[in-house]
Design a protein around this ligand. Sequence first.
Ligand SMILES: O=C(O)C(=O)C[C@H](O)[C@H](O)COP(=O)(O)O
Length: 207
Amino acid sequence: MRAEDLMNLAPVIPVVVLEDADSAVPLARALVAGGLPVIEVTLRTEAGLESIRRIAAEVEGAVVGAGTVTGPQNVKDSVAAGAKFLVSPGCTDILRTAMSYSGVPFLPGVATASEAMGLLEQGITAMKFFPATASGGTGFLKGLHGPLPDITFCPTGGISPANAPEFLALPNVACVGGSWLTPADAIAQGDWVRVEKLAAEAAALRA
Ligand SMILES: O=C(O)C(=O)C[C@H](O)[C@H](O)COP(=O)(O)O
């Protein structure tokens, strides 16, 4: 699968931060049931890799990937755990090389025209735009579409149900990412019904 194909699977990629790997499977099931099969589990917490492992092994229909990938070891560990894609907040030469050889699609993070051009020079055309609202939001993406029409973005960082439609309407946006689908209190309470409802609302953002 190419990164572009991954981005077309659903309008929203939930960015999930898990403190307890026991929450991973029911949480992922709720997201998939709501219509969001692509799930990014961040490596920010100790439970991240184990959560990826369990979702990859147990949740039918889920396409689980790793977020907060910042170096080659993260790439190796994530793929070994079963990650089907990789997402990074920014990109360095070392990280790009590791992701390129990972065998799975990846979305390297960029926030400037030069960063995007650096990746384009390497043949990379799918990128995360991060942090999206703080770095110029839809105005930035509209501006970049003129000179760099071949890049497709997944804006993440500051996206909400309120502003997601504006981003999704842009020709160079295939999907958005966000943490709003999996609120920390819902996870702590095991409120999977709420997570499924949030996912269903997000899935309907692009009919
Ligand atoms: O952990 C990572 O790899 C990141 O790059 C950060 C996340 O993508 C954002 O934290 C999500 O942003 P919010 O939806 O505004 O919470």
